[in-house]
Structures are given as structure tokens and as C-alpha cells.
Design a protein around this ligand. Structure first.
Ligand code: XIL
Length: 510
């Protein structure tokens, strides 16, 4: 599959976009019906709901062109999986290195994405020098670290996971060099330092197993309530959402999100993945789909839930197999970067319209023959046949076909003709309209429709002999026309588009 392929006027399409065409209202110069446009990306679907859809990524993954094509197009937000962590950014006290994180913010800027900074203070991936400090030195070292890093990324990072994973499962504070030195006050100190360094960034506390109601989320709720009461700068709570099909779905996720929102905080799903015991099977993948879908639905149901970030989008780069031996298959796309059922479930949850034909459900195809051997004369003569390749009858009144060509100089008005068809030319409609925007070889198109009739499964319309000319009978140059080929017998024509109910069912638009 060519992941780099571009669709007309769109961003590079992810694999899914090649499978599903979705109705969008488009205009033509002469006015016309709705035209099909590329399937919206995950982020476009989320944006339509006022949310972002993001992914984690990592520096080593950015040399994989097929991977970056999807990362750069489907997602509106990225989170560095490792490159802004303490062990990477300050491996030796006072020696800061932001090279890797800068690669991520550069990628985001080039692709119009926002960046969640992850993470300033965490017990893990912490260089050993921090734990070796005398207790009195921990606070200044922490404040320095936060100040340097948040200052460096001012204007680049829109939200910070200031403190990551502060709690044990039972809701007690996790011990760490920070907690050991400062008690739970380290959290307020960290938030204040981050706010001083970057007053614009949204500041979050982030943890796992706080997605549902329970002891750990109660502890987070109590902590953030207290911080807000004390006027500590805090904007949101990040719920990692590292879920597993074998552990069940978080209890009352929506209600849990809502109680944080009711405190005036934003909520974000920051690291979503849904792992399973390997090997994956249809039942586990189906459960996984419902988990992904329910997380997205929970976020959309809570006004203060600002977006969802998956902890990378493909099984190829998942952290799961190395961290949870025997488990995996946690992401939306498989190791070959192909969509899994969970992707369709997420798209549905984000409000994607059903394409009628089902995913990949092309039900009609166009065949074309060139009935005009002259490349430069005053008429264009496409021969067309439609074949129903699906399992259900298609009402021809719902079908339109587009053949793209260039008009060259001369009149901008056209006459169109059906010369012969076993359907009877009186049932065939045709017109020419200008393409907007005009693409190479395609500033106009011939649009064919039907007044009546139905095409049974497997049936063909038979030949439809079409013809068009400019009203001043000036010549065309058909050599560069998008939909034209030299075919003298009928063959599948992918550069002729077929729409059912205005949705692209066959062909690639210019
Ligand atoms: C993980 C990364 O994905 C791995 O590459 C790394 O080896 C370990 O950390 N919760 C978090 C993330 O907050 O930082 C973790 O990321 C996954 C769990």
C-alpha cells in the first residue's frame, strides 16, 4: 500500500483514507452536487468535535518514512515517548541536552502539530545522580531541571506532564527522591517552577490507573482539589489509559473524568493503548476495539476533555512487548502499519459518517474505452460501462460518474451527448462542470447520471457512448487529460470516479 499517496487537495492519506471515501460538501465552479473528498484524518474528526487526536513518537521511529507519513498526517498532536525525560535531558547535573526533544518539536512544527511535553518530574528514567543527592539538594536540582527544560521549550510545548505517576495503586504517595526529600509538597513546588518558566503552558499531573473511579483516582482527586484550593498553578489531569483487555474497562470512566472537569480542570487521555495476551485473536481484537471506542466516547462526553493521545499508533513501535512479556498488539495499526478493527471503532466514535458501502466496500466499478482516436480534434468521446461488484442492487438514480479533462482555450460552454446505450440514452444525463480546485489535466469534468434504473449484483450497464464539444467547436488537446487513456477495448478505469449518494465508490479523484 502506498502510504505516501496524496488525494486531491488533501493531506497525505493514511491507509484508512485509501479505503473509505466520505461525503463532504464541495463546490464546483458551475455549482453541483456534493462531491466526495478524502476520508478525514483522525485529527480532523477530533477537531470537528473540538478535541485533538495525538500519538506518542520516538526519535528512532522518525527514519521510517511509511511511519512518519501517517504520524504527520493523521495526528494533530505528538508526545515524545522518551526524549524529554530527565535521563535524556540532564544526564549529568547541570549538563542539559535537548537535541532529541528538539527533533520532535521540529517535526511537530513542520506538520502543524502541538506537543505535549513528557515529563519533568518522574521517579523513573531518572539519572542516578538525582537519587544520590543529599536530601537538601533535591529541591534545588528539581527546580533547576524544570526551569531549564520548560524555558527551553517555551512556545513549543503547549502542555507539560509536570509530575508523572505520583501515586501507588492504593492511593498513597509513591516514594521517590522527590517525595523522600520534600514530602508531597514537591508537587506544588514543581508546578510553581514550571509555571514560572512557562506561564503559557498548560500544566498537568499525569498517572495510570486513574481512568476509572477507585482509590488511586480518589487520591488524585483529593490532591488536585487541595492544590487548587491553595492556588497552585494546575490546569489539568492526564489519564494515561494503558488498558488491557484481560483487566476489564475502567469503572465509570466518564463520571471520573467529569468530577475532575467539575473542579475546573482540563482532562486529557495521554497514553492510550489496549494490550492483550498474545497471540491476538478476533475476540480479543474486538474487545480492544470496544475499549478504544469507549475511551474516545468518554472523552467526547466530557466538555473539559481536550483530546486523546495514543501511546504510538502502530504495534511496530509499541512499548508493550518489552515491558509486559507475552503481551502486545496494543495499538490501532498492526506491525505492518495496516489498520486494525480498533481504528474503525475510533473513527466511528469520533463521529465519522458511515460510507454506506462499508469499509473498503466498493460496490461499483467503471470501465472505459476511448471512442476517439484523434487526440486533437473538437470532440471527446468516452465510452463507459458501470459494473455492480457488490452483493446488493444499486439504484442508478443514486449514481454519478466523473470523467476529467482540460478545456483549453476557446468557449467555456459545452454541449454533451449520449450517442448510444442499451439503457436508452433518455435515461442518461450528462453535463460539463469546472473543477474547483482545478488539478493537473482536470480543469473540467463530464458528469454522467441516470434518471432511472437499477443495477443487479454482477450486472453491467452495458456501453454508454458519450460525446462532448465546446459550443464554439474549437479543438481540444486530450493528450494531458486526467481520465483519458488510449484503451480501444473496455478496461477498469481508476481515473474515472463513481459516486453513490455523492460518496466516492470507485476511482481516484485528480
Ligand atoms: C515508556 C516508553 O514508551 C518506553 O520506550 C520506555 O522504555 C519506558 O517508558 N507511562 C509513561 C511513559 O508515562 O513515559 C512510559 O513510556 C509508558 C508508561
Amino acid at each position: 500500500m502506498d502510504l505516501m499517496k496524496r488525494r486531491s487537495g488533501g493531506r497525505p492519506a493514511g491507509p484508512h483514507a485509501l479505503l473509505i471515501g466520505v461525503l463532504a460538501l464541495g463546490t464546483t465552479l458551475l455549482g453541483g452536487p456534493a462531491v466526495a473528498s478524502p476520508a478525514p484524518t483522525l485529527h480532523e474528526l477530533a477537531s470537528a468535535q473540538g478535541r485533538y487526536f495525538g500519538s506518542a513518537t520516538d526519535n528512532s521511529e522518525l527514519s521510517d518514512a511509511a511511519y512518519t507519513a501517517v504520524l504527520g498526517s493523521e495526528f494533530g498532536q505528538i508526545t515524545p515517548g522518551n526524549s524529554m525525560k530527565w535521563d535524556t535531558t540532564e544526564p549529568v547535573r547541570g549538563r542539559f541536552d535537548f537535541t532529541k526533544g528538539d527533533v520532535i518539536t521540529d517535526f511537530a512544527r513542520e506538520h502543524g502539530q502541538s506537543v505535549r511535553g513528557h515529563t519533568l518530574v518522574w521517579h523513573s528514567q531518572l539519572p542516578s545522580w538525582v537519587g544520590a543527592l543529599p536530601q537538601a539538594e533535591v529541591e534545588p536540582a528539581m527546580v533547576d531541571h524544570i526551569t531549564e527544560e520548560a524555558t527551553h521549550y517555551r512556545g513549543e510545548v503547549t502542555a507539560w506532564d509536570v509530575v508523572n505517576e505520583p501515586f501507588n495503586e492504593d492511593g498513597t504517595f509513591r516514594s521517590s527522591p522527590f517525595h523522600d526529600a520534600m514530602g508531597s509538597d514537591y508537587i506544588a513546588t514543581a508546578l510553581r517552577a514550571a509555571h514560572a518558566a512557562d506561564p503559557e503552558a498548560k500544566l498537568y499531573l499525569n498517572d495510570y490507573n486513574i481512568e476509572g473511579l477507585g482509590a488511586k483516582s480518589d487520591a488524585m482527586y483529593a490532591l488536585v482539589s487541595e492544590l487548587l484550593d491553595e492556588g497552585v498553578p494546575l490546569d489539568g489531569v492526564g489519564m494515561q489509559a494503558h488498558l488491557a483487555v484481560q483487566y476489564g474497562f475502567p469503572y465509570e470512566m466518564r463520571a471520573n473524568m467529569q468530577r475532575f472537569a467539575d473542579l475546573g480542570l482540563d482532562v486529557a487521555v495521554t497514553e492510550l493503548d489496549v494490550r492483550m495476551q498474545l497471540p491476538a485473536d478476533t475476540a480479543k481484537l474486538a474487545t480492544q476495539s470496544t475499549y478504544y471506542q469507549r475511551v474516545v466516547e468518554a472523552c467526547l462526553a466530557v466538555r473539559r476533555c481536550v483530546g486523546v493521545t495514543v501511546w504510538d499508533w502502530t504495534d511496530k513501535y509499541s512499548w508493550v512487548p518489552s515491558t509486559f512479556p507475552g503481551q502486545g498488539a496494543a495499538n490501532l495499526y498492526d506491525e505492518s502499519l495496516l489498520p486494525k478493527p480498533a481504528l474503525a471503532a475510533v473513527r466511528t466514535a469520533l463521529g465519522e459518517e458511515d460510507d454506506g458501502g462499508g469499509s473498503g466496500g466498493t460496490t461499483l466499478k467503471a470501465l472505459y474505452r476511448n471512442n476517439d482516436s484523434a487526440v486533437r480534434d473538437n470532440q471527446i468521446k468516452p465510452g463507459l460501462q458501470l459494473v455492480n461488484t457488490g452483493g446488493a442492487a444499486v439504484s442508478l438514480q443514486d449514481v454519478t460518474v466523473r470523467y476529467w479533462f482540460t478545456g483549453e482555450n476557446g468557449a467555456s460552454t459545452y454541449s454533451t451527448w449520449c450517442d448510444w446505450s442499451p439503457l436508452g440514452c433518455s435515461t442518461v444525463t450528462s453535463r460539463v462542470a469546472g473543477s474547483d480546485p482545478a488539478a493537473a489535466g482536470a480543469d473540467h469534468f463530464l458528469e454522467v447520471g441516470f434518471r432511472s434504473g437499477s443495477l443487479a449484483p454482477g450486472a453491467s450497464t452495458g456501453e454508454i457512448q458519450l460525446r462532448l464539444n465546446k459550443t464554439d467547436w474549437s479543438n481540444f488537446d486530450e493528450s494531458d487529460d486526467y481520465s483519458r487513456t488510449g484503451a480501444t477495448s473496455y478496461a477498469d478505469a481508476t481515473k474515472i470516479a463513481v459516486y453513490v449518494d455523492g460518496e466516492l465508490a470507485w476511482g481516484v479523484e485528480p
